[in-house]
Design a protein around this ligand. Structure first.
Ligand SMILES: CC(C)(COP(=O)(O)OP(=O)(O)OC[C@H]1O[C@@H](n2cnc3c(N)ncnc32)[C@H](O)[C@@H]1OP(=O)(O)O)[C@@H](O)C(=O)NCCC(=O)NCCS
Length: 254
């Protein structure tokens, strides 16, 4: 066991304490993948500086030593993709990147019957329930991952949606991020029992309006290549596809 692995073995963190792995000029943050504690979710914190093959090898030793059986990255762009492929990682998911150039133009039907409210951290378990029902297939978020999404940007807006006024149950939620004049639709989920009735449209319009209030002009969102519903929704709301693809990579540590 390396010194680093030794240290980590004594202190594999829980969901609320990410593990930081340092390389030559780059850092990665690791948490257990939501609902898959044996899978390490590795997020490169500054993708401008990529890990070297030696960094990745050392990180894998360290992750194996603390009990992970595989490692999966966050969504990475072309430069990091090459680095992961050279290190033997395979593609777990491919994502389309879309951009909106003027959120001020987003229409909003205030009389569509939906109500939204601010979501606090205390609502994250309820948001996770919606996420689990909407996503599935291993891509759903737990409350800790939703908290990560909230804090991925310096400013964020988290809204919960109710299909019926006064009702307790959460039917959908959206988290929108803002970093200076750049906006991000970070997460969007509508419970299957209310899908197809305009709730997704309502949440996206709310996100775009919030970004427009802060004079954001460029908004990015990504979604898996086969997610036709989400793609149709984003295109209908004025986003256009960018040529760049993002990818999630995975590697077994066995
Ligand atoms: C994507 C998602 C948020 C859409 O929410 P929704 O409430 O069903 O969407 P809406 O009813 O507001 O529909 C808005 C648009 O989406 C598209 N859409 C909705 N349901 C659709 C369906 N069954 N088939 C194809 N397109 C559909 C249409 O373009 C629709 O516009 P229209 O009403 O003018 O025809 C929802 O399906 C969901 O939570 N999916 C799983 C999680 C997910 O994919 N999240 C986002 C991407 S990471």
């Amino acid at each position: 066991m390396t010194n680093e692995a030794d240290r980590l073995a004594l202190s594999r963190p829980g969901a609320d304490a990410p593990l930081l792995l340092h390389g030559a000029g780059c850092t990665a943050r690791v948490r257990p993948w939501p609902f898959q504690p044996d899978v390490a979710h590795l997020v490169l914190l500054r993708q401008a500086r990529l890990p070297t093959p030696a960094d990745l090898e050392r990180w894998e030793v360290a992750l194996r030593a603390v009990g992970y059986r595989s490692v999966r990255t966050g969504a990475v762009g072309a430069a990091a993709a090459g680095c992961m492929e050279r290190a033997g990682y395979h593609i777990a998911q491919e994502l389309v990147l879309l951009q909106h150039d003027d959120p001020r133009t987003a229409g909003h039907d205030a009389n569509d019957g939906f109500t939204t409210r601010r979501l606090t951290g205390a609502d994250d378990p309820a948001a996770s329930e919606v996420d689990c029902a909407a996503f599935g297939g291993g891509w759903q978020l737990d409350a800790a991952a939703i908290d990560d999404v909230r804090h991925a940007t310096p400013r964020h807006r988290a809204r919960g949606l109710h299909a019926t006024a006064g009702q307790q149950r959460l039917d959908g939620y959206a988290i929108t991020g803002r970093d200076a004049r750049q906006g991000f639709l970070q997460r969007l989920a509508v419970h299957p029992s209310v899908q197809g009735r305009g709730a997704g449209r309502h949440l996206v319009a709310d996100s775009l309006h919030w970004l427009a209030r802060w004079r954001v002009q460029r908004v990015l969102v990504n979604t898996p290549t086969g997610n036709d519903r989400a793609l149709a929704l984003y295109l209908a709301m004025g986003f256009h596809r960018l040529p760049e693809r993002l990818r999630v990579y995975e590697r077994s540590l066995a």
